[in-house]
Design a protein around this ligand. Structure first.
Ligand code: F6R
Length: 587
C-alpha cells in the first residue's frame, strides 16, 4: 500500500513526480504529496488523489520525492500525508514501522516535535539524529532501528541532487535513463530506453547522476538490470471507460496464451514437488484465496490429493501443523501481499517446500519461494482482481490435471484447452446482467449462493460486488442460508444463485424456492438452460458448459460484470474503490 517515487535529473521534477505518482494510485489514494530539494526542502500535500496537487506543478527543483497514501496509522489528512519533514530531511515511506511508538517516545524525550499520527514521521527524526555527513551510513543506522516493512526515499538539504533509498519487505525499483528514478512499481517510471534495477531486502541506493547500490554492510554492489516490457508496463484503457471492464474482456486472450504454454508451466522440478506432495496447503488472501478454494475442488476431485486452504493472515498466527511431504502453495496476483509472504516464510521456516503462484514474477513472494509459476495475466490495473483470478484458476487447474494425468486419469487437458473460447462466449452472454442492474442499485444487502465449486464463484461474486459497489453482500453455501442468514432476506432482496452442477441442481433450486418464497428477487447464473426457465427468476444468464470442477472459471465472469455495471450505475469509479489498494504490502 502507498506508492513512492523519486527523481533526480536535469528536468523540473514536480511534473515528473506527479505523472509517476498518478500511475501508482492503484496502491492508495487517500492523500498525496511531494517534496522538492533546492537549497531547502519545499513540500506540497493534499488529501484525496494526486490530482489535488496540480498547484505543485510550478515548484522549482530537479530532485524530489513523492507519495500516494493508503492510510494505516492516522486518518487520511493533509497532516498525515507524506513526505514527512524534520529539519534537514524529508522522507516518503511505504510499509509499516511496527516499533514506531518506542522510537517516537525516544525522539520526544529529546524534545523533538511530531506533526502527524503516522508511523513514518519517526524516520525523518532518526535520520536527523544519526546523520554525520554520509547519507547511506545514516540510513543504514536508522534502518537497523526499524522493525516492520519499508521502502524509503529520502532527501536531505546537505546532499543536493541526491535521493537515498532503502528497502525491507516493500517493493522498490530504480530506473536509469532520462534522469534517475525510483518507484514502488515499474509502471510509474516505465519508458523506452530506460534500464531498471530491483532493490532487494536490506539493500540501499543513492540516486544522483547515476544509481549506486549498496548491500546491508554499506559495500557498493553491482546489480543486474531487471526485465521490463515497456508495452506491458504502460497502462492503457484501449477505448474502454475503465480498466476493470477492459481486463474482464482480456480474460479469453490471457487464457489462450496460458493454454498454449500449458506444458511449459510445469517444469520437472515443479512436477516432482507436486508429484511427491502428500498434502497441499494453499495460502492466499481475497480473490486469490477464492482461487485456492476452487483449486482445492480440482486437486481433490481430479488427483485425489488432500488439500487445505487458509487465509494467509490467519495461517501465520495459527501455529500450523505441517506434515512431512506437505507442499505449501502461496497464490498472489501481486506477489507483494504481506500476509501471504509472511505465511510462506513461516511454512519455509518449518521445513515445507513453497510454490509461489504469482502474476508479478519479480515480486517478493516469487523471490523467496522454492518454485515459482507465473499465471501470466499481464498487468492488472483495476483494484478489483478479475482476469488474474481466471488466470490463477487456469494454472491451478492445469496443475491438478497434470497430477491427475500422472496418476492415469486422462482427458482433463483437452477440456482445459476449450476454456479460452468458452470464456470469450461467457463474456458476451455475461453482458446480459446489465438488465439486472436496476434491481441492485439501492439494495441494502445481496446474497450469492451456490454449492461445491458454485459456492466458490458465489464467494468471489460477492467480494467483487461489495468492494466496488459498497453494497453489503455475502456469499453462502446454498444449503447454509436456512441456518440463520435466511432471516435477512426480505421483499426485493437480490439473491444471485450460481448453478453449474447437474448433480446438485435440485438442491440449489431448493434454496432458490426458499428465498423466492420469502420475497427475494432471484437471479441465476447457470450452464443448465432448463433451470433458467424457472418462473421464480427475475433474470438468468446461461453460460457455456465446462464441467462442474472447472465451472468457476466461467460462472465468475457474469458476476464480475454485474459488480462492474452496478458500480458504474452507482456513480463509483470501479477501478479505484474507496479504502482499498491493489497491492496490500502491510499486515
Ligand atoms: C479483490 C482483490 C483482493 C486481492 C487480495 C490479494 O478484488 O483484488 O482481495 O485479491 O488483496 O492480493 P494478491 O493476489 O495480490 O495477493
Amino acid at each position: 500500500m502507498c506508492g513512492i517515487v523519486g527523481y533526480v535529473g536535469n528536468r523540473r521534477a514536480a511534473p515528473l513526480l506527479l505523472g509517476a505518482l498518478k500511475k501508482l494510485e492503484y496502491r492508495g489514494y487517500d492523500s498525496a504529496g511531494i517534496a522538492l530539494l533546492t537549497d531547502e526542502i519545499a513540500v506540497k500535500k493534499c488529501t484525496g488523489s494526486v490530482s489535488g496537487l496540480s498547484g505543485a506543478l510550478q515548484m522549482a527543483g530537479t530532485c524530489g520525492i513523492g507519495h500516494t497514501r493508503w492510510a494505516t496509522h492516522g486518518a487520511p489528512s493533509e497532516q498525515n500525508a507524506h513526505p514527512h519533514v524534520w529539519k534537514r530531511f524529508a522522507v516518503v515511506h511505504n510499509g509499516i514501522i511496527e516499533n514506531y511508538k518506542t522510537l517516537r517516545a525516544e525522539c520526544e524525550q529529546r524534545g523533538e516535535t511530531f506533526y502527524s499520527e503516522t508511523d513514518s514521521e519517526v524516520i525523518a527524526h532518526l535520520l536527523e539524529f544519526y546523520f554525520q555527513g554520509d547519507l547511506i551510513a545514516a540510513l543504514q543506522r536508522v534502518c537497523s532501528r526499524l522493525s516492520g516493512s519499508y521502502a524509503l526515499a529520502v532527501i536531505c538539504t546537505k546532499c543536493p541532487g541526491t535521493v537515498a533509498l532503502a528497502r525491507m519487505r516493500s517493493p522498490l525499483v530504480v530506473g536509469v535513463g532520462g534522469g534517475v528514478w525510483c518507484a514502488s512499481d515499474m509502471p510509474a517510471i516505465a519508458a523506452k530506453n530506460r534500464t531498471y534495477y530491483t532493490l532487494a531486502d536490506g539493500e540501499f541506493a543513492l540516486l544522483s547522476a547515476r544509481a549506486v547500490f549498496y548491500d546491508g554492510e554499506g559495500r557498493v554492489i553491482q546489480k543486474k538490470p531487471a526485465a521490463c516490457d515497456a508495452e506491458d508496463c504502460i497502462p492503457v484503457k484501449k477505448g474502454y471507460r475503465h480498466y476493470m471492464r477492459k481486463e474482464i474482456g482480456e480474460t479469453a486472450s490471457v487464457l489462450e496464451n496460458r493454454s498454449r504454454m500449458l506444458r511449459a508451466w510445469t517444469s520437472p522440478a515443479v512436477r516432482q514437488a507436486l508429484g511427491e506432495a502428500r498434502r497441499l496447503s494453499f495460502v492466499a488472501c481475497g480473490t486469490a484465496y477464492h482461487a485456492c478454494l476452487a483449486a482445492k475442488c480440482a486437486f481433490e476431485a481430479l488427483a485425489r490429493v488432500p488439500c487445505s486452504v487458509t487465509v494467509a493472515s490467519e495461517y501465520r498466527y495459527a501455529d500450523p501443523i505441517l506434515e512431512k511431504g506437505e507442499l505449501v502453495i502461496a497464490v498472489s496476483q501481486s506477489g507483494e501481499t504481506a500476509d501471504t509472504i509472511a505465511a510462506a516464510e513461516l511454512a519455509k521456516q518449518r521445513g515445507a517446500g513453497v510454490l509461489a503462484v504469482v502474476n508479478v514474477t519479480d515480486s517478493t513472494l516469487a523471490g523467496m519461494a522454492d518454485h515459482v509459476l507465473s499465471v501470466g495475466a499481464g498487468r492488472e490495473i483495476a483494484v478489483a482482481a478479475t482476469k488474474s483470478f481466471n488466470a490463477q484458476l487456469m494454472l491451478l487447474y492445469s496443475l491438478a490435471a497434470t497430477l491427475a494425468e500422472a496418476k492415469g486419469k486422462r482427458g482433463y487437458g483437452d477440456l482445459l484447452k476449450e476454456l479460452p473460447s468458452l470464456a470469450s462466449q461467457t463474456v458476451s452472454v455475461g453482458e446480459g446482467v446489465r438488465a439486472w442492474v436496476a434491481y441492485f442499485m439501492s439494495a441494502s444487502s445481496v446474497y450469492f449462493i451456490g454449492r461445491g465449486a458454485d459456492h466458490v464463484a458465489a464467494l468471489e461474486g460477492s467480494l467483487k460486488l461489495k468492494e466496488i459497489t459498497y453494497i453489503p453482500s455475502e456469499g453462502y453455501p446454498a444449503g447454509e442460508l436456512k441456518h440463520g442468514t435466511l432471516a435477512l432476506v426480505e421483499q426485493g432482496t437480490p439473491v444471485v444463485a450460481v448453478l453449474t452442477s447437474e448433480r446438485l441442481a435440485q438442491k440449489t433450486m431448493n434454496a432458490v424456492h426458499e428465498v423466492y418464497a420469502r420475497g427475494a428477487r432471484v437471479f441465476l447464473v447457470t450452464s443448465l438452460a432448463e433451470q433458467a426457465r424457472s418462473k421464480e427468476l427475475t433474470g438468468a444468464v446461461v453460460i457455456p458448459e465446462c464441467g462442474e470442477i472447472f465451472s468457476p472459471m466461467l460462472s465468475v465472469i457474469p458476476l464480475q460484470l454485474l459488480a462492474y455495471y452496478v458500480s458504474v450505475a452507482r456513480g463509483i469509479n470501479p477501478d479505484r474503490p474507496r479504502n482499498l489498494a491493489k497491492s496490500v504490502t502491510v499486515e
